[in-house]
Write a protein that binds this ligand. Structure first.
Ligand code: MG
Length: 296
């Protein structure tokens, strides 16, 4: 029986590097008795609206070909619509750390083949007030980099764009007075950086031990860096993060299902690499097994 596949394509992601490969992707996806409908996104937010307009049964499979921003839009649409349709991802952007953690190939044709032969697993999704994220919500040093770096720079330098912008910002970063209430603890103080994530790495810099992160355990990893009372204590904190020694003084690292955050109003957050304006009170929750995702 012919199955129906919706291929949502962002024609502009990754300098449009998927453009010449689109026909090949359609051929690969069609080989497995799928009838492929291609939907090119027209503007920011368009992918969310497209998925929200779908009813159960319209498609048997949705595949996103684009960057993490497009993936986030499709996941947001799925969360709003409540249709239960498996999701495949062909990354054509540059910053796809989460998908790398899932073993998804950066090679467009290989990623398409892996969808045809792949397995469906449930994955957790993060809710940040009324927004969603698939891998990271973060604030402070390093985090403005992914959206402040111009798209051309991100296309050329990829992960390095995060790093250089991050290092440049560390001297100018101002500590942020915040309070965090997790399942089993409260943490309060002045912070330089924080990430609530469901990913093997954050911003291409912070890489967690594989054994501490599971993408469908209903839990986030929370990593917070406190502002040291002496600037000389900053380097050991950064070293601790790079060496995965997260038990050092000044580093808070824990798992939680829910996190309530008190922060200055208007604090800049980054959700999956995109800017999001924060509020004074934010509720972040892990929606367990929220989507069915196709992995190799
Ligand atoms: Mg998890």
């Amino acid at each position: 029986m012919i199955k129906k596949l919706l291929l949502i394509v962002n024609p502009h992601s990754g300098t449009g590097k998927m453009r010449p490969q689109l026909l090949k992707v359609v051929e690969i996806l069609s080989a497995d008795d799928y009838s492929v409908t291609v939907y090119p996104t027209k503007a920011r937010g368009d992918a969310t609206l497209k998925v929200e307009s779908l009813s159960n049964g319209d498609f048997d499979l949705i595949v996103v070909c684009g960057g993490d921003g497009t993936l986030n839009e499709v996941i947001t649409g799925l969360m709003h619509s409540k249709i239960s349709c498996p999701l495949g991802y062909i990354p054509s952007g540059t910053l796809n750390e989460w998908s790398q953690g899932l073993g998804i190939s950066k090679n467009i044709a290989k990623a398409a083949k892996d969808i045809v032969s792949g397995n469906i697993i449930p994955l957790d999704i993060g809710k940040f007030d009324d927004k969603y994220f698939s891998y990271t919500a973060s604030f402070g040093a390093f985090t403005s980099a992914s959206y402040s770096a111009p798209q051309e720079i991100k296309n050329v330098f990829g992960q390095a764009a995060y790093f250089f912008e991050g290092v440049r910002s560390i001297g100018t970063i101002k500590p942020i007075k915040m309070k965090f209430v997790a399942d089993d603890r409260e943490v309060e103080g002045d912070f330089l950086f924080g990430a609530i994530s469901n990913s093997m790495s954050v911003g291409g810099i912070v890489k967690f031990d594989q054994s501490v992160v599971k993408l469908n355990d209903g839990l986030f990893e929370v990593l917070l860096i406190k502002n040291p009372d002496n600037i000389l204590k900053l380097q050991p904190l950064i070293d601790g993060i790079l060496k995965k020694e997260l038990n050092r003084d000044g580093i808070e690292f824990f798992h939680t299902k829910k996190l309530y955050v008190e922060a200055p109003g208007g604090l800049s957050w980054t959700l999956d690499g995109e800017y999001a304006e924060g509020k004074e009170n934010i509720e972040i929750s892990n929606i367990h097994n929220a989507i069915n995702f196709i992995v190799p």
